[in-house]
Design a protein around this ligand. Structure first.
Ligand SMILES: [Zn+2]
Length: 262
């Protein structure tokens, strides 16, 4: 089981723990407790599975409280500001959880976060919405968003907005993320796209976004043994010979990427 998680090999650079503690002092203080409650919650889910019972949200009682304290810490450190949505908050928590794992913490915390944020997404949204309302009331005034470049690097995006569609799933053109069709639900209006839930494989990949907008997904156009795909950086249409996997260099901006065509 443990060797299957695609983000598992990720490790932080040696200076990143220190940087995290220096730039995000409140978050760093709450993060270990938040992560600990998720590890416990994950163990309780795993045990339920062992006895053949269906998955249930048998959360450790401390999880929700730790989530709230971490949310307040995110506002104190400027990772979140007044007006940020529940979806934005979940994405910040996703990035923090993944980063905390790369500091050498156990996988279980990430797996519970995946189960919570992807597998039970609407529940997670409701929970964040509820706490955001309370916290905005508590916090009162707006604080400005943290703009430090080293934080931008520390919590750098783990996925792009340029995805390709194949016959059995979705792939990120710029990051090594592949998601099976059985792990997403296609949604229509008002928000067309793909809800990423990982409920079939349970192979939560915390690098992936919980939702991919339809206009970020391209189906390769195939014509006369050529394939036409858009550059993930400048959107230039690029042509290449048709193979199952192709590597393209954009003639305009020189971005090079690999993708599947079917
Ligand atoms: Zn380009």
């Amino acid at each position: 089981m443990a060797s299957n998680y695609p983000f598992e090999h990720l490790r932080a650079k040696p200076n990143e723990i220190e940087l995290f503690e220096k730039r995000l002092p409140h978050v760093a203080k709450e993060m270990s407790e938040f992560y600990r409650t998720m590890e416990i919650a994950n163990r309780s889910i795993a045990q339920k599975n062992m006895f053949g019972n269906p998955l249930g949200i048998r959360q450790d009682l401390g999880f929700e409280n730790a989530l709230k304290l971490l949310l307040i810490a995110c506002f104190n450190d400027g990772l979140l500001v007044e007006g940020d949505t529940a979806a934005k908050s979940i994405d910040v928590f996703r990035a923090l959880t993944l980063k905390w794992f790369t500091f050498g913490n156990k996988l279980g915390g990430c797996l519970y976060f995946g189960y919570f944020a992807y597998g039970c997404h609407s529940h997670a949204l409701a929970l964040f919405n509820e706490h955001l309302k309370q916290i905005e009331f508590l916090a009162g005034g707006a604080k400005s968003r943290l703009q430090a470049p080293d934080i931008a690097e520390l919590l750098a995006p783990t996925h792009s907005k340029a995805w390709f569609k194949t016959s059995n799933g979705l792939g990120d053109k710029l990051h090594p993320i592949a998601i099976s069709d059985t792990d997403v639900t296609k949604t229509g209006l008002p928000r067309p796209g793909y809800q990423v839930h990982f409920r079939n494989s349970n192979q939560f990949d915390l690098r992936a976004p919980p939702f991919i907008e339809m206009d970020q997904v391209e189906t390769p156009v195939i014509r006369d043994a050529k394939v036409i795909v858009s550059c993930p950086t400048c959107l230039q249409k690029c042509r290449g010979n048709l193979f199952k996997q192709i590597e393209i260099t954009c003639p305009s901006c020189k971005t090079t990427w690999k993708q599947f065509t079917s």
